[in-house]
Design a protein around this ligand. Structure first.
Ligand code: GLU
Length: 443
């Protein structure tokens, strides 16, 4: 069976880092098995769903390189849900209930007060036809619940959590549609997973009890449930699901100079037993993805770790990959010279300004000024002007190490550190280099 996974966000906001992680893992699971990764827009909530978020979700997945192999929208599939509803209702698996929110809340309070779990008491199942008719005559429209089968425990072998078992009697019959006819997430999701041939549902562990319920729905709809895996949630460094993390999305990362490759490399491994490594090559991340390495403890997201991975990824990026984001005139040789000094691609322009000049000269001692004047005269152009210059100055002045190299770097760049001078000097060029050495000698 060809693996089919799906990412099913509700377009009620932008994707945050936790959603991005779920999308990535579903993409990886599909890619690793040469399967398909689908995007399902869960927009049954017409009030809260917005088209701009649908577009933002697509754009974010595109930026991350997680392009779906297909897209479905729940709002276009309502007829399928109605059909499933009618079928389950005819089979007695769906029943109407009339309690208001306040009544349900009160029941829960009483149960909790008695030390009982707050499970729906199925009072609606006891209503007679007359009682139901009376409610409706009063203008009370029912909401609908799925009747769980209490006969057998619900069990599955979870791809992350291992063997799972639930007693259905300990679960409330879930509400599947509201009195106003709108759908809750549970049933439409199963209908779609069946229709779309989804083989693997990988999502956050906050969905574990939903899975227990949905397994019964799949069975009631006459389908074999897919494989399920629930990953531990993503938390901040301090161990909590912070507000900041919940609003941290692709825009914020992009503005901060985070490469999608860095985010992918980090999120692919965070919370697994495999080390986080700055892997820029996507196939390598795909090939090493393995659900069995996922741990049960929350995955800790640390910005400093992301920045470290990002810098290491930037050092590997090809010129072609970044050319569009580099300052005009900065060519491949310049990128290669400057790349090792960057934490973010955007910083390349600062170094390029140093190459193209003008630069601010530092102050030099009298001794160094004489040395730099000599350097200006010694400078000769070749394939390796830096090597030639420093070799000649070493021989003529007896200087070595820092005394030999640092004043030259300072005079040529105005900086105490930076890219390899052997690569930088040819970019600065002979004339500008000689002028900078002379200026420094005068300062
Ligand atoms: N729309 C649901 C959510 O965002 C989908 C959950 C699922 O993957 O089944 O929580």
């Amino acid at each position: 069976m060809n693996t089919i996974t799906r990412f099913a966000p509700s377009p009620t906001g932008r994707l945050h880092v936790g959603n991005i992680r779920t999308a990535l893992h579903n993409w990886l699971l599909a890619r690793k098995a040469s399967g398909r990764f689908l995007l399902r827009i869960d927009d049954t909530d017409a009030e809260r769903s917005r088209e701009e978020y649908v577009e933002a979700i697509r754009a974010d997945l595109d930026w991350l390189g997680l392009t779906p192999d297909g897209e479905e929208r729940q709002s276009a599939r309502m007829a399928l849900y109605e059909e499933a509803f009618d079928r389950l209702r005819a089979e007695g698996r769906i029943y109407p209930a009339y309690e208001t929110q306040q009544e349900l809340e009160l029941k829960r309070k009483i149960q909790l007060g008695r030390g009982l779990p707050p499970i729906y008491d199925r009072a609606a199942l006891q209503l007679t036809d007359e009682e139901r008719a009376a409610k409706e005559a009063e203008g009370i429209a029912p909401h609908w619940r799925f009747k769980l089968d209490h006969d057998e425990p619900i069990a599955w072998d979870d791809g992350v959590r291992g063997a799972q078992k639930f007693d259905p009697a300990q679960l409330s019959d879930p509400v599947i549609s509201r009195a106003d006819g709108s759908w809750l997430y549970m049933l439409p999701s199963c209908v779609d997973d069946i229709a779309m041939g989804v083989t693997d549902v990988l999502r956050g562990e906050d969905h574990v009890s939903n899975t227990a319920v949905q397994i019964q729905m799949f069975t009631a709809l006459g389908a074999a449930p897919p494989r399920f895996a629930h990953e531990a949630l993503l938390v901040g460094k301090e161990g909590k699901l912070s507000k900041r993390l919940g609003s941290l999305g692709c825009d914020a990362f992009r503005e901060r100079g985070v490469e999608p490759e860095a985010l992918v490399a980090l999120l692919a491994r965070l919370g697994t037993s495999q080390p986080v490594e700055p892997i820029a090559a996507r196939e390598m991340i795909v090939n090493t993805f393995d659900l069995s390495t996922f741990g049960r403890a929350p995955a800790k997201f640390d910005d400093a770790e992301l920045d470290r991975v990002n810098a290491a990824i930037v050092h590997q990026l090809d010129y072609a990959h970044v050319a569009g984001r580099l300052p005009r005139g900065m060519d491949e040789a310049a990128w290669h010279a400057i790349r090792p000094n960057l934490e973010k691609v955007g910083e390349a322009s600062e170094w390029w300004r140093i190459v193209t000049g003008p630069i601010d000269q530092l102050e030099f001692s009298e001794d160094d000024r004489a040395y730099l004047a000599q350097a200006a005269e010694t400078l000769a152009w070749s394939d390796n002007p830096w090597g030639d210059l420093t070799a000649a100055l070493k021989a003529s002045t007896g200087r070595k190490g820092k005394a030999l190299f640092l004043p030259l770097r300072q005079a040529l760049t105005g900086m105490n550190h930076g890219p390899d001078m052997g690569e930088l000097l040819p970019l600065i060029g002979e004339q500008a280099a000689r002028e900078r050495l002379r200026d420094a000698a005068k300062a």
